[in-house]
Design a protein around this ligand. Structure first.
Ligand code: FES
Ligand code: FES
Length: 156
């Protein structure tokens, strides 16, 4: 039995220690906002925060995350940075099919929490591991800039 702190709540899960965190989150704890894409750490669809760090849940054993604070898309609205990004996503109509967007938002939130004023290159580099089949990259970058500006100006 492992205890995972998911979105501020402890969950006791009867799972093997080497189970990917993604399956524990989705299939056992029932938070389906975190998506399965490649399963190999290559697409970013499964991105969650582990102690504030953007982390690929598909290649992280659940035992590594036990005892740490895990945040998923479901709790992003409770974070001012996550909230500002979600609002900018809506304002700019970023999502197309939407499949990758949860992971994109999780990575973008970790970026702005660490760097409230990223330049284009820093945004590009932070988001490089999140793949979008629909090609929404330009709108994602623009939305990150909108959210960052509003947060800096206290308008988010
Ligand atoms: S599903 Fe984890 S990186 Fe693709
Ligand atoms: S919006 Fe479709 S994969 Fe990104």
């Amino acid at each position: 039995m492992l205890t995972l702190n998911l979105n501020g709540k402890d969950h006791s899960l009867d799972v093997p220690e080497d189970m990917p965190l993604l399956w524990a989150i989705r299939d056992v704890a029932g938070y389906s906002g975190t998506k399965f894409g490649c399963g190999m750490g290559l697409c970013g669809a499964c991105t969650v925060h582990v102690d504030g760090q953007a982390t690929r849940a598909c290649v992280t054993p659940v035992s590594v995350a036990a005892g740490k604070k895990i945040t998923t898309l479901e709790a992003l609205h409770a974070d001012p940075v996550g909230q500002a990004l979600q609002a900018a996503w809506l304002e700019l109509g970023v999502a197309q099919c939407g499949y990758c967007q949860g992971g994109q938002l999780m990575t973008a939130t970790a970026l702005l929490k660490g760097n409230p004023n990223p330049d284009e290159e820093q945004i590009e580099s932070a988001m490089a591991g999140n793949v979008c089949r629909c090609g929404t990259y330009n709108r994602i970058r623009a939305a990150i800039q909108v959210a960052a500006r509003k947060l800096r100006e206290g308008k988010a």
